[in-house]
Ligand binder design. Structure first.
Ligand code: ZN
Length: 564
């Protein structure tokens, strides 16, 4: 079977080929489908992975994975590919890993969208790359606007940093490592130069008077991870959110697929960077969540930290870019608040953390941190970054700004993504977390079936089903607020069967899991995970009865019974 490679990032064609090969090689375990087209018309490839022999994916609880919504965060795709590779290669194996994968795929399914934004990723991976936030659609302006914008101005295929000497610039060379720039001290009156202004490699569009210019609004200013329906806000409130919820084809396709598949019990979206597992709430404190949901989120997060080493954080409390602002319209809030399933944003990789910098305040660190942290990072990049990760400053004659220097971090393979030789090790632990998360889903199974002859053609029938999963069949309290459909048991009778007692369709409510079980041993473990239907029927010996039990999130079980 084809082995995924982690010594490079897959471009769209290579990714399509890899997924197609897997679909051909293991049709019993996976299939590939397009759930829609991107803005530029690329297919959004989704892989469904489950053991088909034990039932189709839609009859099983399922777990959602996507990656690379943000254009340059191609490590997200690598993590999704790693998971697919892991599932397909370990299924049927004898070792512990093989047994785990086999059990999960026999009873559950994965829906994996490795590249949610193929257009943006293709730009980032081009020979002459361009780094945009997400979609390539021009937004919010149809035409490029005046001002400073980022571009590979010397055509070497890298977008570096540009430093411009200026006696009033805010940066100066570090005493410890003159390649690095550190912020000038507040009381520096100009005796410690040279000083610099820093820019991304780029140019000024429009008339330049030789003195002033401003930043151009991005040509591709969408952030499609603000385009999900929950608490979506317009451009005036939140930049990049699109014209209306799901206005962007990539997000519309995801939202459509996920809502069409109520068997999805949770999800993870793979981004970079920070080495954290982010969860809702983004817009209100933890205390607003139903208590059981918060406890469950915290338990899952704890396990996630154990498996990945990434810290679980609630966005509202620990991952805000501005203390007075919140971000809305994102994937994980939508899954939790509208659908009532537990969802995460995994921020893969962190250059500072890899370099041994300890970060408590994940967003605040970028505003301010000790200069020693920058030295540590530069040293680490020298030793581990590989060729071209740091580019020494070299002179360039800028057409507008005159003599400048280009250099600094090649951010694509240092800050935004790990150096390639570390890619596989970085994403591997995420597969364990995804498998764990999938395996805690609710799961409907038969408990018992009893048939008793009442004489003549009369029979008493009792079917008991149970939730064997850790989560309840509703998954969350939030789902109950959202009026999730109950579990139901159906007697799908033939023409020769009369139901004398009992309903053809029995709605049995939701079945408990073990997720909220406390360590108080004196509490009675009443079998709240079981539900039953009972009927008295009239039908001749030898009649075949068809039974089905299903819940939106715990799968479907079917049973045929022959009377007699
Ligand atoms: Zn992202």
């Amino acid at each position: 079977m084809t082995q995924a490679q982690f010594d490079r990032f897959y471009k769209y064609d290579e990714l399509t080929e890899l997924l197609e090969k897997w679909a051909q090689e293991c049709p019993h375990l996976c299939d590939k489908q397009s759930i829609g087209k991107s803005y530029e018309g690329r297919d959004l490839w989704l892989m469904t992975v489950t053991n088909r022999a034990t039932g189709p994916a839609e009859d099983k609880p399922a777990f959602w994975i996507d990656g690379n919504i943000h254009a340059t965060e191609v490590t997200g795709s690598a993590a999704a590919i790693y998971l697919l590779n892991h599932l397909l290669h370990h299924y049927g194996g004898d070792d512990a890993m093989g047994q785990q994968v086999t059990k999960v795929l026999d009873s559950r399914a994965f829906y994996v969208l490795p590249r949610a934004n193929p257009d943006g990723a293709e730009l980032a991976l081009a020979d002459q790359p361009k780094y945009i936030r997400s979609s390539v659609r021009p937004y919010p302006f149809d035409e490029p606007q005046e001002g400073f914008y980022t571009e590979d101005i010397d055509g070497d295929g890298r977008i570096l940093t540009m430093r411009v000497a200026d006696p009033h610039g805010p940066w100066q060379q570090s005493d410890e490592d003159p390649r690095l720039l550190v912020l000038r001290k507040p009381d520096d009156l100009g005796d410690n130069g040279p000083y610099y202004r820093l820019f991304a490699e780029g140019k000024i569009r429009g008339d330049y008077d030789g003195v002033t210019f401003h930043e151009a609004p991005p040509e591709q200013g969408l952030d499609i991870n603000r385009n999900f329906p929950y608490e979506w806000r317009p451009e005036s409130d939140q930049k990049g959110a699109g014209l209306f919820p799901t206005s962007e084809p990539e997000i519309r396709a995801m939202v459509r697929f996920i809502t069409d598949h109520p068997n999805i019990t949770g999800g993870i979206t793979y981004h970079t960077y920070s080495r954290v597992l982010l969860r809702p709430p983004s817009i209100e404190p933890d205390e607003k969540l139903p208590t059981d949901d918060l406890r469950i989120y915290q338990q899952i997060g704890k396990k996630g930290e154990e498996l990945t080493g990434y810290k679980p954080l609630a966005v509202y409390h620990d991952f805000r870019y501005h203390p007075k602002e919140v971000i809305t319209g994102v994937f994980d809030d939508w899954l939790y608040y509208h659908l009532g399933v537990f969802a995460w944003t995994a921020e893969l990789w962190s250059l500072p953390k890899a370099a041994g910098v300890e970060i408590e305040d994940h967003t605040g660190w970028f505003r301010d941190h000790p200069d020693e942290d920058d030295l540590k990072i530069a040293q680490w990049v020298d030793e581990n970054g590989g060729e071209d990760a740091w580019v020494d400053w070299y002179p360039f004659e800028h057409p507008q700004l005159g003599p400048v220097e280009l250099g600094g971090y090649n951010t694509f393979c240092t800050w935004r993504n790990p150096p390639l030789h570390l890619l596989e090790a970085e994403v591997a632990p995420q597969a364990a977390f995804a498998l764990f998360h999938a395996s805690i889903s609710p799961k409907l199974e038969e408990h018992s079936l009893d048939m008793e002859s009442l004489g003549g053609d009369r029979w008493r029938l009792r079917w008991v089903v149970q939730n064997t999963g850790w989560l309840p069949t509703n998954v969350s309290e939030k789902a109950l607020e959202r009026k999730l459909q109950p579990v139901e048991i159906r007697l799908e009778t033939g023409e020769d069967v009369d139901i004398l007692q009992g309903n053809r369709v029995c709605k049995i409510g939701q079945l408990a899991g073990r997720a909220t079980k406390s360590k108080s041993w004196w509490e009675n473990d009443t079998p709240a995970n079981r539900g039953k239907a009972e009927w008295v029927i009239q039908a001749p010996v030898g009649s075949i009865l068809k039974l089905a039990a299903k819940g939106p999130r715990c799968g479907v079980i079917r049973r045929e019974v022959k009377l007699g």
